[in-house]
Design a protein around this ligand. Structure first.
Ligand SMILES: C[S@@+](CC[C@H](N)C(=O)[O-])C[C@H]1O[C@@H](n2cnc3c(N)ncnc32)[C@H](O)[C@@H]1O
Length: 277
């Protein structure tokens, strides 16, 4: 696995805060994850709808019963948690390592009709402040890639989800290990976005198995999410072009990396369903 040595929860939180301060919070419709276009075209539906569709794919795989309690690991601005709480009639607790995101998600919840069924707090996925078997299920959308010891994080999720519960992971993947110029591109991505590593499907399987999860399904939906990189890069460039843009240079560099990464044929996207044994 390719590993970025300096990634730590505090650094990750500060990176998200810096991107939010630069005005990127709504670049993907409030969600901080890729969009899903069934035909892979990137057109036909706007990016905010496409990113909500990815959330809906995660919810479909969780298939939670009404009234159950789910954990959102790396909850971002709370948009996915509020959407799933509303559409599935569940309670959701979200954790993030960004204090700014806790404030943003809590503010969104106050204005949302199902906000009372959600709670957001600052916590590290590898050391969760919850009792064993506290949750009926959990999901992690694009958060595990920030965590160096992925097996430890998955083991912690295994601890807090009750036996029989589900975990759904949506995360970037590499269809093969990157070397040479590909590796340089990958290193640029890891450094820019405080990513610890991007796993191959095989590595995802290994981390799950080592932490006690039984794999149900692992689908590579890389072609359906690929247009997201172009959309996000265009949004970053637009923000960078405004006369008073803070961090314009960094945003332009981030956009260039994202474009190159999105165009690489061996970048995939894993949508995983696992079961708590
Ligand atoms: C790409 S954002 C995804 C946000 C959200 N899941 C979404 O889809 O909109 C990654 C999220 O993972 C969180 N994160 C990263 N490392 C974490 C850790 N060790 N523990 C908890 N959350 C973490 C970040 O704070 C951020 O909220």
């Amino acid at each position: 696995m390719t590993q970025h040595p300096q990634t730590a929860p505090g650094d990750v939180g500060r990176t998200y805060d810096a991107f939010a301060e630069a005005g990127t919070a709504d670049a993907l419709g409030g969600n901080i994850h890729v969009g899903y276009w069934a035909d892979g075209s990137g057109s036909g539906i706007p990016v905010d709808e496409a990113t909500d569709r990815l959330t809906d794919l995660v919810a479909d795989r969780l298939a939670p019963e009404h009234g159950t309690h789910l954990l959102d690991v790396g909850c971002g601005n709370g948009v996915p948690a509020l959407r799933i709480a509303a559409s599935r009639g569940v309670r959701v607790t979200g954790v993030t390592v960004s204090a700014q995101q806790v404030r943003e998600a809590s503010a969104r919840a106050r204005d949302h009709r199902v906000g009372g069924r959600t709670a957001f707090l600052l916590a590290d996925a590898v050391d969760l402040p919850f009792e064993d078997a506290s949750f009926d299920g959990a999901w992690a959308i694009e958060s595990l890639l920030h965590i160096g010891d992925r097996t430890a994080a998955l083991a912690e999720l295994h601890r807090v989800v009750r036996p029989g519960g589900r975990l759904v992971v949506a995360d970037l993947c590499l269809r093969r290990p990157f070397t040479g110029v590909d590796r340089e591109l990958l290193d640029g991505m890891l450094g820019m976005y405080e990513i610890a590593s991007i796993s191959t499907p095989e590595e995802h399987r290994t981390h799950l198995a080592r932490s006690g999860w039984r794999l149900g399904e692992l689908a590579d939906i890389g072609e359906q999410v690929r247009p997201s990189y172009g959309h996000a890069a265009a949004a970053f460039r637009e923000i960078a072009a405004s006369p008073d843009a803070p961090a314009a240079e960094r945003l332009t560099e981030a956009a260039e990396l994202m474009t190159a990464f999105g165009e690489h044929p061996d970048t995939g996207y894993a949508l995983i369903t696992a079961h708590r044994t």
